[in-house]
Write a protein that binds this ligand. Sequence first.
Ligand SMILES: [Fe+2]
Length: 571
Amino acid sequence: MGFVLGISAYFHESSVALFKDGDLIFFCREEYFSRIKADKSFPRLCLNYCKKTFDLNEDNIERVVFYEKPLRSFLISSKVAFQSFPASFWLLINNFMKIRKSGMFFYSDFKRTINVPTAKLSFCPHHLSHAYSVIPFSNKDEPHLSLVLDGFGDVFSTSAYLVENQKISLLKSINYPGSLGLLYSAITEHLGFRVNDGEFKVMALAAYGDGSLNAKFRETIGGIKTGEINLKAFKFYKSISEHLDRPFYAVFGKKREEMEVFPQIGTEGFQKLANLANAAQSYIEDEVKNLVLELIDKTSIQTIYLSGGVALNSKLVSSLKEIKALKKVFVPPNPGDSGAAIGAGVFGCLLSGQDITRNHDAFLGPSAVNQDGILQKFGEKIASGKTATQETAKLISEGNVIAILNGKSEVGPRALGNRSLVCDPRNEVVTFELSTKLKRREHFRPLAPAVLENEAENWFEFPLSMKKCLPWMACLAEAKPKTKKLIPSICHIDGSARLQNVMPTQVDFYELIAAFKKITGIPVLVNTSLNCGGDPIVLDVYDLITTMLRMKIKYTLCNGELWKLDEKHFV
Ligand SMILES: [Fe+2]
């Protein structure tokens, strides 16, 4: 059997997923290669990497599947916009102008990179791409509900399926423009953050809110049925420049401009923004909980898989613990649009009669290698093997930030120890500097803890129904009292932490944390992605050196070797 490819492109971060005999053997986002954050152009560089690394060619490709039906998407969004004509005039013009850079040119763009026969190219409905993206990471074929929470794809914004006996059937759907995802994006923009980037910031900010705007928010933007929104408060479906409309502004005021300095915690301005973030967060949590309750009522199924960009909201995922009837909640490492390439690939494999290999971990990208001996040119090797692990743990305990570049890159947007910056969670000064000065993150966003899996329950409380998501930070945990006392730097204002359980199978990272525990008694490291604020995560040694020089980070643990950069290169 040949290769099956799933492709995501033109809308969010583009990506490629590669399957061989039903087994997901590679996944990468284009931004890793192009170094353009959230690159949505056709993933030519990813495909060229696949050609070179896996000897991919027109003969050994069995099928290529695009992650949505682009014509249907175009027609639906244009039809909705036409209903608001002439207010939507510029949005319609924009839609037509962007056709060349849309999925409608997928055939020709793909053929220009690999000239496969047209019969091998096909499209998967977008929400099925999301729903299927979970399968390679799940551990068994079990009856479950699959809830897709998205901005917009093809027709649906929200959809729910029953997956049983290898069959998937639609239970419920909410069509564009009634979208919980686009509601959250609209609030993200209103708070002065960039859409498709600032949603995590809104989630973090929400923890500071006092709930005082929640009722007013529901009254203003709430829809008639569960999961819907009041379209009169929104403009995203008819305007090119604004997401929200007058009824919203009349109650909550004008938006904060992106360039404005963000107010400090404790000020009136900060509290106002936090209260609005809290209202949006509470609204989508309540709506999703009600949707899930409806689905359980209808089917009596107590296992749910979540996907779609909204499923990246770990606070929302955690809120489902309040539904006692739910026995299992599962989210894949990349539930968003780039991860939907994996689902498109699964769709292709199923069409070809291939069984999908399950139980994948979250490391499927390009491997790190010390190309051209570049590390030797900028620094010296201090140690390798076990000694490197022990020396690195010691350096961390002494207050150093370490850049880790190891093996294959992560599937999702969260660094899990192969492309990470780590530091000592006891050290609040270093953690705060890493977050705000080096990574240029907002002061209200905490960094996340990576904990040895067998120690997690001693330091954190988390719903057992979500345990399978913990290796890739898909939900939140509550810090225990001793955690708040000994390592407060990883706790958010509400006592939560975006926990990563590090499994023993992730040998190198596990052993590093174990070595740190031997020195300090703490089985936890602060873990954040290896990049400068606003850059894509580091892919290879060249990006590593550039990033370390810009951030003035001295030490790197690269593929099991500890290196120290020569400070004369720091400018
Ligand atoms: Fe999507």
